[in-house]
Design a protein around this ligand. Structure first.
Ligand code: AMP
Length: 186
């Protein structure tokens, strides 16, 4: 099964994607994790991406698309996957569609985890306290939510038109959300 997870920052999509990957054996690929590793490793990509990430902006499409293209070419997505954090823009969604068409990969389902804005702010503040992520302070959080609304939310409609969008309610405990997710993907 080939899945894409969508949802605003703080929707819990990362946590849920990891849990579903553990249960199902699908490969979990988080572009945020890959970029943070590139930043820590001081790779060329990491150096280019760091400023955007700290400001809560999206890393330019061409860098991210090239990163995903390498994974596709290397066959990392061939045994079933959960893409978490990609695509994040319409050009990324279109590039993914082209890459998959060439590679013979089909996207089965796009899962949108829905959470109200107020709940998201509360969760992100908590995460900032616990994890100390440099992009979780209040101002950057606000900016990341704006970026989500402006650049990422339009891809919900993109996948709706493709007929592969499933929405799940992201409020409640992580266990409750996971149960909904398992039902939706069964
Ligand atoms: P995340 O962990 O998914 O919230 O990603 C953390 C940061 O990495 C984002 O705020 C962006 O700066 C960057 N990032 C992750 N995925 C993408 C993507 N698909 N396109 C552009 N930037 C991304």
């Amino acid at each position: 099964m080939n899945l894409v997870f969508l949802g605003p920052p703080g929707s819990g999509k990362g946590t849920q994607a990891i849990r579903l990957a553990e249960k199902s054996g699908l490969v979990h690929l988080s572009t945020g994790d890959m970029l943070r590793a590139a930043v820590s490793g001081k790779t060329e990509l990491g150096q280019k991406a760091e400023g955007y990430m700290t400001r809560g902006e999206l890393v330019p499409d061409e860098l991210i698309i090239a990163m995903i293209e390498e994974l596709v070419k290397a066959g990392r997505l061939d045994g079933g996957f959960i893409l978490d954090g990609f695509p994040r823009t319409i050009p990324q969604a279109e590039a993914l569609k082209d890459m998959f068409a060439k590679h013979g990969t089909r996207l089965d389902m796009t899962i949108l985890i829905q959470v109200a804005d107020e709940e998201i702010h509360a969760r992100l503040r908590k995460r900032a306290d616990i994890e100390g992520r440099s992009d979780d302070n209040d101002e950057v959080v606000r900016h990341r939510l704006e970026v989500y609304r402006e650049q990422t939310a339009p891809i919900v409609e993109f996948y709706e038109k493709e007929g592969i969008l499933t929405e799940i309610e992201g409020e409640g405990t992580p266990d409750e959300v996971f149960e909904r997710l398992v039902t939706a993907t069964a």
